[in-house]
Write a protein that binds this ligand. Sequence first.
Ligand code: ADP
Ligand code: MG
Length: 258
Amino acid sequence: MATIPAIKATGVHKAYGSLHVLKGVDLTVMPGTVTVILGPSGSGKSTFLRLINQLETLTGGEIDVNGEMIGYKPVERGGQRVLQTLNDKEVAAQRAKLGMVFQRFNLFPHMTALENVMEAPVHVKHVHKREARELAVAELQRVGLGDRLDYYPSQLSGGQQQRVAIARALAMKPEIMLFDEPTSALDPELVGEVLGVMRSLAQDGMTMVCVTHEIGFAREVADQVVFMDGGVVVEKGGPEIIANPTEPRFKDFLRHVL
Ligand code: ADP
Ligand code: MG
């Protein structure tokens, strides 16, 4: 039996007014794999992740998550199959399958690490507080912060704050994790601890899509490497394409980042 892709994007287009940002992106992500998206600033990487997570709406094309079309459902109307826009509740249910980590961690400053991680399970999923606490402790331990439960964001380093943000996403038990330049805002000496957490998540079998400029991470952890430029996928393949790029634009990009 064929495995259903975790994410399947087909002919994805996105325009902001007259600005055509994504111009037909096709991408398949299999369950339990790590995809790293590389590309220069402005190439549409964040837009693509935001579309997968329904923070933006598609201008054209289709994205399926675990075999289910996002944003729409097919219904029968007058003997015809038409697409109906999902309501807020249905969108929320689809979004709950995805965890997202941003460059800026956006933790609640007035809440401890533990409270930050408990927040969504309690207020979005209505998990009982005691259970949410246990879950949050476990996720904070998983990211190596079992000894920082009661620290406020201002008392944590940038790397620790980003690890809290990862724990916060994991506490919602997502099936897929999306990372948008999770280490770009960090001082260089703090990058490794966040990449280490991502690496261990990958080893645990999490399906991940990571936008990052960390070429070493891509080379060592990615199952699939995708190079985007100008709103299209210019080259994709296994991690070996980093050492042997084919497309001139990808070669150029690697020359600049390596
Ligand atoms: P990347 O993450 O690869 O740097 P983005 O997806 O953030 O690229 O942006 C791609 C292009 O879309 C850029 O030109 C950016 O200015 C534009 N863009 C992104 N978000 C918006 C928005 N909400 N409204 C208008 N333009 C946007
Ligand atoms: Mg971006």
